[in-house]
Ligand binder design. Sequence first.
Ligand SMILES: [Zn+2]
Length: 331
Amino acid sequence: MILNTSLEIKDDTSLLLSSKWSATLPLIDTHTHFDAPVFDADRMIQAQQAYGRGVRHLILVGYVARHFERLYETQRLLAQQKIIQPAVPQTHIAVGLHPFYSDQHTEEHLSQMAQLIQQRRPLAIGEIGLDTFTAAMKQPHMLAKQQYFFKAQLDMAVQHQLPVMLHIRKAHAEALALIKAHDYDAQVLGGIAHSFSGGEQEAKAFVKLGFKLGVTGQITNPNAKKLRRAICAAVAEYGVKCLVIETDCPDMTPVMCQTSSHHASALGQDTDNEWHGAEGHNRNVPSNLPWVLLTLSELLDIAPADLARQLWQNSCDALQVDWDYLERYDS
Ligand SMILES: [Zn+2]
C-alpha cells in the first residue's frame, strides 16, 4: 500500500518537475531520517530516485541512542549498493540526542555518544537543541534536562571540532541565549538551524552567530507566511549564503507531493510514540528535495541553477567539507 502510494507520487511529481524544469541540478539533502523503518521496504529504490533528481549527498541525522547503530548500518548498506550501482547518493552521519525525546536520554547515552564520536567520527553532531512544543516539555524540570543535554553535546562538538545540527522549536530565545553563553563558535565550526521555524529577528540572530538556516518542504506551503518572511528577511540582510535545504524525510512533505490530509509527524514528534508506518501517511522522500529548491528559486527570484550552486557551497561551508560540485553528472 505504501509502495503503491509512493510510486503514484513519484509519477505525478516527475511529470510536474519535468514540465517546470528539465535539468538535474546537484543537491545536498542536509537533514534526513532515511534510516527510519518507514524506508525499509524500498530504501534502495528511493535512493536511486533521489540521485535521479540530483541528490548527491544526504545526511542521516540521529535522535535517540538506541538508533545510532541503525544510522551506521544504513550508511554501510547504501555504500555497499553504491559500489554496484553508483547512481545513489553518498550518505553521511550526524549523531545526537534530540530534545523532543529528552525523557528517554540518560548519562549513559552521552558516554555512548562520546565513544562513538571517537571511534567512528561522524560528519556532525545532531540533532540537538531545545523544544517546548508541548506543555509537558515546558515544565521546568524538562526544560532543565533539555538544556543539560544541549550543553553537554555542544561541549562534544567543541571538543571534537564538529558542526552541529540544531533542532529548535518554540524555544528560539532560550536557545540563542544558551549558545551565546557557550564557547561553540558557528563562525568557525559551521552548523545548521535545521527546519528553521522562528521569526524574522530570530532567523537573523542565528545567521549572525554563523549558522545556516535549514529550509524544508514547509516553504512550499503558500500559507507558511511567517516562515517565508523570516527566510526573506535573513536573505535580505545576509544574502542567500545563509540558507541550506533539506527534506527532513519522512516528515515535512512538500505540499505538491501530499496525497492525504493526515499531518502527523512520521517520527512521532507530535505524539509520544515513534511512528513505524501507517497507510495514507504523506511520507516524505529525498527525491522531493528539488521542490524546496524550486520554491525558494521563485520566492527569492534566483534562477534554479544559480541557487543550486550557491546552496551546494553553503552546505559545504556549514558542514566543513569540500565536496565537488558536478553540474552534469550522467550515469
Ligand atoms: Zn530531524
